[in-house]
Design a protein around this ligand. Structure first.
Ligand SMILES: *Cc1c(COP(=O)(O)O)cnc(C)c1O
Length: 392
């Protein structure tokens, strides 16, 4: 080994020999796509999360798009989400021709603020522009306050898509995120940095059979081979499928699903490693002046991210100083997130700086430090000591 200091990243996949064997086995099988692996993965992930139906896609982005389509989002409709997310949480609304708007975050949990949501709904009601869909994002793997958001959805008549891209294996009120008790659809990402990976990939979960059928159809060209949905045609013609709406090719391959099935065997150990690292950071960094991630009592985070906030009032150092100091020590932290509406694309739609002050303050003060299953204790200790030195 050279004496070069190891590079640490904020997140990283964990691939085992079993994963590799399962992928190779599928590569040597008859079906590389549209075979048995995708339905098996859908069933296993839905069972694990406590939902009735799973529809696998080639990314969470496409799962969010078909989820919006399944809920009939279209021109003139409004979709609201949290600005503290990846751009995909908002782009899905734009894909459908809808208007997108943002609700500021809770300064403690960094998830969509239920109070801000309620205030905005009251105002939107008087203006006749209530949202059709609200997408709470479970930031860093901690569930949003779904029971309260669900109560608001009943009162104001919107549908809920959970963006659970960070939250596979997380819990809310003793149940797995994804069980859809307080939502219509929950979407997960299997990008390599997320909790489990299919390289690229995603899944939409739901308990509604009709929504499941629509999700499935929209992700594959708008095609169905289910007689219940097909139009009658002449008896002497073969109609083994029909395209009945416009859809896309957003399918996951069987090779990816095979990797997903194998990864799912280790999801609990992945999540518990992440929780152990978070606990170690909580203990080791508690007296340093950083603001550590707050956990709501009824949630159990999957710790996709471990965001630390530089306490501007207490510290002489700024976020950028800490970020650069880490980088000099080969620790490549990251930023989650630039408020979506501050991206040039969204500014062109009319959003201005200052729109969601809590999200903007969060963006200026926070960095995500390394957390992933294969991060060794000695690496965690290095992160802690560099972070501690960085404040001096
Ligand atoms: C990663 C992520 C997505 C997009 O996931 P892909 O699978 O890369 O399309 C969407 N929303 C959030 C919150 C994410 O973190």
């Amino acid at each position: 080994m050279s004496n070069k200091i190891k590079n640490l990243f904020y997140s990283k996949q964990s691939i085992s020999n079993e994963d590799i064997e399962k992928v190779v086995e599928t590569l040597n099988s008859t079906f590389l796509t549209q075979g048995p692996m995708v339905p098996e993965f859908e069933k296993k992930f839905a069972d694990y999360s406590g939902a009735k139906y799973g529809v696998a896609t080639n990314s969470a982005t496409s799962a969010l798009h078909v989820a919006c389509m399944a809920l009939d989002l279209g021109k003139g409709d409004w979709l609201w989400t949290s600005p503290n997310s990846f751009v995909a949480s908002a782009n899905c609304g734009i894909y459908c021709g809808a208007n997108v708007d943002f609700v500021d975050i809770d300064p403690k949990t960094y998830n969509i603020s239920v109070n801000a949501l309620e205030e905005k709904l009251k105002k939107a009601e008087t203006e006749g522009r209530l949202p059709k869909i609200v997408i709470p994002v479970h930031y860093a793997g901690q569930s949003s306050e779904m029971e309260k958001i669900f109560a608001l959805s009943i009162k104001y008549g919107f549908k809920i898509i959970e963006d659970a891209s960070h939250a596979a294996g997380a819990e809310y009120k003793e149940k797995k995120v994804g069980c859809c008790e307080y939502s219509h659809i929950a979407v997960f990402s299997f990008h390599p940095i997320k909790i489990i990976t299919t390289i690229e990939g995603g899944m939409a979960l739901t308990n509604d059979e009709n929504l499941a059928e629509r999700l499935k159809r929209h992700k594959s060209h708008g095609i169905t081979s289910d007689n219940r949905f097909m139009e009658p045609r002449k008896n002497d013609e073969i109609w083994n499928y029909q395209q009945i709406t416009l859809g896309y090719n957003y399918r996951m391959t069987d090779v990816q699903a095979a990797l997903g099935i194998s990864q799912l065997n280790r999801i609990d150990s992945f999540v518990s490693s992440r929780r152990n690292i978070a606990k170690f950071y909580d203990e080791s960094l508690s007296s340093t002046g950083y603001i550590l991630p707050f956990q709501n009592g009824n949630t159990k985070s999957s710790y996709h991210l471990y965001p630390i906030r530089v306490n501007i009032e207490k510290c002489k150092k700024k976020q950028k100083d800490i970020y650069d100091y880490l980088e000099e020590a080969n620790i490549f932290a990251n930023l989650h997130y630039i408020p979506i509406y501050r991206q040039p694309f969204f500014e062109k739609l009319g959003f201005k700086e200052g729109y969601c002050p809590e999200s903007e303050a969060f963006h200026r003060e926070t960095i995500s430090i390394p957390v992933y299953p294969d991060l060794k204790r000695e690496d965690q200790e290095r992160v802690i000591s560099v972070l501690t030195e960085a404040l001096i």
